[in-house]
Design a protein around this ligand. Structure first.
Ligand SMILES: *[C@@H]1O[C@H](CO)[C@@H](O)[C@H](O)[C@H]1NC(C)=O
Length: 378
């Protein structure tokens, strides 16, 4: 009798999860999540994710197909020069062609040196807990078509010049690394989605040296001084072509500045939730264009720091637009007046509908690594 009851109960619960939760929670999801999270078969259909990206990265269709190597990380150890089969570094450097990397179980990978990612690599941490820490951490150098999804990257430390295994099993020399969670150097078409990033020595994301076509979405950034740098340095004119979309992210608590800081290029910063800041949230130098659209800004309580923006350099070259943003707790945005508003001019595959700022808290409530280990629906 007891077994029959508990069996019926399990079945009923199963039905409830299957039938009720997708429809009810799908309504609370943003356009990226809605595209795959309602699918109870997501574990066996992981590549569906690739078609869900929006913004300047476009769709990640080059990362999927029959010729993709499915590689599972089973060993958390790290050897920077001769990576062992089964480790993450082996998957990101030693495998020829396209690779889709998953993890056998939850693990903490302590990198001994920065981890280079080859072109056409997807790292997919969905369903388990993957922590990446140590020196580095992730480095995309002159590579393209990369997905970084569902990772906790934190406590990344600086590394003096070193040599590491690189793409196509070639050992390469690296310069100084400052200790960023994810650093892009001359990288194109990179999608950084649903990661939780915190407490690194330098910053959490660096997009530099001619990198472009990047989307940073659904991440949770917290406990960090310099959060996101877009554009290498004031003298690096190649970054004029940089295009980055920053959407559905949660910044804070305890973030100080650079959410993002932009040099030269263009950033579309939309539908993000800002849970305070210390110095500023959005800033820049070298006449960048920034379109801040329908974000939800909650200013810090400190009376002196209610202003969202920060600028360095000449007067009059600023293109900081604010459209549909919501300002709470006294937040203010010193915008460039004028017409135009720095449109992203997305093509069809990049385009998405920016939602009303009033929905942003709801649509970013599951930013960072998703908890989908126990339920069918991620
Ligand atoms: C980058 O985006 C532009 C449009 O914004 C597109 O024309 C170009 O093909 C993209 N490049 C890559 C490498 O995806």
């Amino acid at each position: 009798m007891a077994t029959t009851l508990s069996c019926c109960f399990t079945l009923a619960l199963f039905m409830v999860i299957l039938m009720a939760s997708p429809s009810s929670s799908l309504a609370n999801m943003n356009v990226i999540d809605k595209c795959w999270r309602g699918n109870p078969l997501w574990r066996s259909q992981r590549q569906q994710l690739a078609k869900c990206s929006v913004g300047f990265v476009g769709k990640m269709i080059n990362n999927i197909g029959k010729n993709v190597v499915k590689y599972k990380v089973i060993d958390p150890s790290d050897d920077p020069l001769s990576p062992k089969s089964g480790t993450l570094r082996y998957g990101t450097t030693m495998i020829k062609g396209k690779v889709w990397i998953t993890f056998k179980n939850s693990m903490t990978i302590t990198l001994q040196r920065p981890l280079l990612l080859s072109s056409f690599t997807a790292i997919d941490g969905r369903g388990i807990d993957v922590h990446i820490t140590g020196t580095g951490c992730l480095l995309v150098y002159q590579a393209t078509n990369i997905i970084i999804h569902g990772l906790r990257i934190h406590h990344c430390k600086a590394q003096p010049p070193s040599t590491v295994m690189g793409p196509n099993a070639k050992v390469i020399p690296l310069g100084q690394m400052d200790g960023d969670a994810i650093r892009l150097v001359t990288a194109r078409k990179v999608w950084i989605d649903h990661n939780t990033l915190y407490e690194c020595q330098d910053g959490l994301i660096d997009v530099t040296r001619g990198s472009t076509n990047i989307t940073v979405s659904n991440n949770w950034f917290r406990n960090q001084d310099k959060v996101m740098l877009l554009g290498h340095d004031d003298g690096h004119l190649r970054d004029k072509n940089m295009k980055v979309t920053v959407i559905f992210n949660h910044f804070g608590p305890n973030c100080n500045q650079r959410m993002p800081r932009v040099r030269h290029g263009y950033a579309h910063v939309a539908n993000n939730f800002y849970q305070g800041w210390e110095q500023y949230a959005i800033g820049g130098s070298m006449s960048p264009s920034i379109k801040s659209e329908a974000n939800f800004f909650v200013a810090p309580n400190d009376v002196g720091n209610k202003e969202v923006t920060w600028r360095k350099g000449e007067k009059g070259l600023w293109k900081f637009y604010s459209v549909g943003d919501v300002f709470k707790n006294g937040a203010s945005f010193n915008k460039q007046t004028g017409v135009g508003g720095a449109k992203p001019n997305y093509n069809q595959e990049q385009n998405f509908k920016v939602v009303d700022a009033g929905s942003v808290k709801k649509l970013t409530s599951e930013s960072g690594v998703l908890r989908c280990s126990r339920s069918l629906i991620c």
